[in-house]
Structures are given as structure tokens and as C-alpha cells.
Write a protein that binds this ligand. Structure first.
Ligand SMILES: *[C@@H]1O[C@H](CO)[C@@H](O)[C@H](O)[C@H]1NC(C)=O
Ligand SMILES: *[C@@H]1O[C@H](CO)[C@@H](O)[C@H](O)[C@H]1NC(C)=O
Ligand SMILES: *[C@@H]1O[C@H](CO)[C@@H](O)[C@H](O)[C@H]1NC(C)=O
Ligand SMILES: *[C@@H]1O[C@H](CO)[C@@H](O)[C@H](O)[C@H]1NC(C)=O
Length: 235
């Protein structure tokens, strides 16, 4: 009887190790399971997917060598269960994804991020995050101060959100690696000021501002800014 119990233990332990070595990290899997309470993350057993290996789940990509999650494609995964009910993302759930390079959370009715209490956690844990798509949510200007704590970002998409006014761009200038910024479909006031503030982004190469409701006449200011920007960035 005792021997049997031992065997059961060995088998369970063996299965756990086997799954572990072929799967994702346990903290990453746990975080994804928590996210699955609000997003629909599925896997298909027919194509070799397993509950224990989050790298086999749809919308999740891992580095095969390390088993760490590198890409999460979580666009439009809430609507089916929650319609357009606003979601406040607890950003602490993202902290286990230390190798994450690309995160797509577009079209999920996100109203805001609840930033971790410790201010440097996002920058230290998400230090590989380069591409972030938050388009088509209900984010307001406060997202900019959260995002400014992720200086690794190179490509940021905030198309069709509830950003408005002159924006608080003091923080965003910390995004010194940002090359590609999409702010289409927002409501900018005094766009000249906004555009000038964006001039502080030293790596910026592409700025998209299509379909904006822009107040005030901006062309001369933008022209002036563009000339300055071209002069400093494209010598
Ligand atoms: C996520 O939750 C749904 C049910 O809400 C379930 O069907 C699905 O299997 C879960 N995904 C994972 C990876 O556990
Ligand atoms: C956010 O998630 C973290 C980690 O799971 C948890 O400790 C914290 O209490 C959560 N915060 C809120 C406001 O739900
Ligand atoms: C957008 O922001 C404005 C204030 O800046 C607020 O009055 C409005 O309710 C917000 N809309 C949505 C859809 O969150
Ligand atoms: C911007 O960077 C400076 C210096 O690294 C830091 O002190 C400041 O808190 C950062 N601002 C934000 C909003 O993260």
C-alpha cells in the first residue's frame, strides 16, 4: 500500500516535470489563467494543445528554447462573454511575462490600467516589451503616464481611444526608444502643442494622426515643428 502511494507520487511528479519542461513557466501559465477569467483563451487538443502548456494555447507564442512567452495576441477576446462592458486591466498580471516582446490588447473595452503600486515594476519586468497595441479601447489620457513607465516600447498603437485635449505628454517623453506612434482617431485640441511635445521623442520616425478631430489651426505650427524635427532627426 505504501509502495503504491509512492508510485502514484513518482508518476504525478514525473508528469508535472514532463509538462513543465515542455510547457511554459508556471507563473506565466497562472497569469494567463487569471486573464482567462476575462478573455477567452482556448487550446485545441487535436493539434497537440494542452492545458498544462500555455505555449500551446491559441494567441500565445513562446520562445521554444526558453519556454518563455514572447507574444500575446489578445485582440477582441472579451466581447463574446462580456460585450462592451468596461475592463480595468490589473497590470500586475503582466509582470510574470519578463520575455514578452509584443502585446496586442486591442478591442477589449479597456477603460484603464491599474498600475502596480511599486512604480518601477513595469519597467523592470517588462523590459523586453517593444510592441504594444491598445487600439480601439476606451482609454483616456491617464494611460500615458502608465505607458511612460515602459521605456522599452518601440511601437505603440493607441488608435481610436478616448484620448483628448492637449494630452499630458510630459511622461511620454521617457519613451526614448519609441519609433512608431499611432494616435489616429482621437480628439486632439491644440494639436500643434501635442505635436511639439512629441518632438521630445528622440527616436520617433513614424507618427500617424489620421482621422483626428483637431481643434484650432495647426498647419503652420506643425510645419514649423516638422522642419525642426527633420532638421534634428534626419541630418
Ligand atoms: C478559458 O476559460 C474557458 C471558459 O470560460 C475555458 O473553456 C477554456 O478552456 C479556458 N482556457 C484555458 C486555457 O484554460
Ligand atoms: C492585481 O493583481 C495582483 C497580482 O495578482 C494582486 O496582488 C492585486 O491585489 C491585484 N490588484 C487589484 C486592484 O485587483
Ligand atoms: C471620454 O472622456 C470624457 C472626458 O475626458 C468623458 O466625459 C467620457 O465619458 C469618456 N467616454 C468614454 C466612452 O469613456
Ligand atoms: C521619466 O524618467 C525619469 C528619469 O528616468 C524618472 O525620474 C521619471 O519618474 C519618469 N517619469 C515617468 C512618468 O515615468
Amino acid at each position: 500500500m505504501k509502495k503504491e502511494a509512492l508510485w502514484v507520487f513518482v508518476v504525478v511528479w514525473g508528469v508535472a516535470c514532463f509538462c513543465g519542461s515542455h510547457g511554459c513557466q508556471e507563473q506565466e501559465r497562472v497569469a494567463l489563467l487569471v486573464l482567462n477569467t476575462t478573455l477567452d483563451l482556448t487550446y485545441s487538443e487535436y493539434t497537440g494543445g494542452s492545458y498544462f502548456n500555455c505555449c500551446s494555447w491559441r494567441y500565445v507564442e513562446c520562445n521554444p528554447a526558453t519556454g518563455r512567452v514572447t507574444k500575446l495576441m489578445l485582440s477582441h477576446l472579451r466581447y463574446y462573454r462580456f460585450g462592451s462592458k468596461t475592463w480595468y486591466l490589473n497590470a500586475s498580471l503582466l509582470l510574470p511575462f519578463e520575455e514578452l516582446k509584443s502585446l496586442d490588447l486591442s478591442s477589449n473595452s479597456i477603460g484603464g490600467w491599474i498600475a502596480p503600486k511599486e512604480p518601477n515594476l513595469l519597467s523592470s519586468k517588462l523590459s523586453k516589451l517593444e510592441v504594444l497595441d491598445l487600439s480601439d479601447n476606451s482609454l483616456d489620457n491617464s494611460i500615458l503616464s502608465v505607458l511612460s513607465t515602459i521605456p522599452s516600447l518601440r511601437r505603440l498603437l493607441l488608435i481610436s481611444n478616448n484620448l483628448s485635449g492637449t494630452l499630458h505628454l510630459h511622461g511620454i517623453k521617457n519613451l526614448s526608444h519609441l519609433e512608431n506612434l499611432h494616435l489616429d482617431g482621437v480628439h486632439l485640441k491644440h494639436a500643434g502643442t501635442v505635436v511639439r511635445a512629441l518632438g521630445a521623442l528622440s527616436s520617433l520616425r513614424i507618427l500617424s494622426l489620421q482621422s483626428n478631430t483637431i481643434e484650432g489651426s495647426i498647419t503652420t505650427q506643425v510645419d514649423h515643428w516638422l522642419q525642426q524635427w527633420l532638421a534634428t532627426n534626419h541630418k
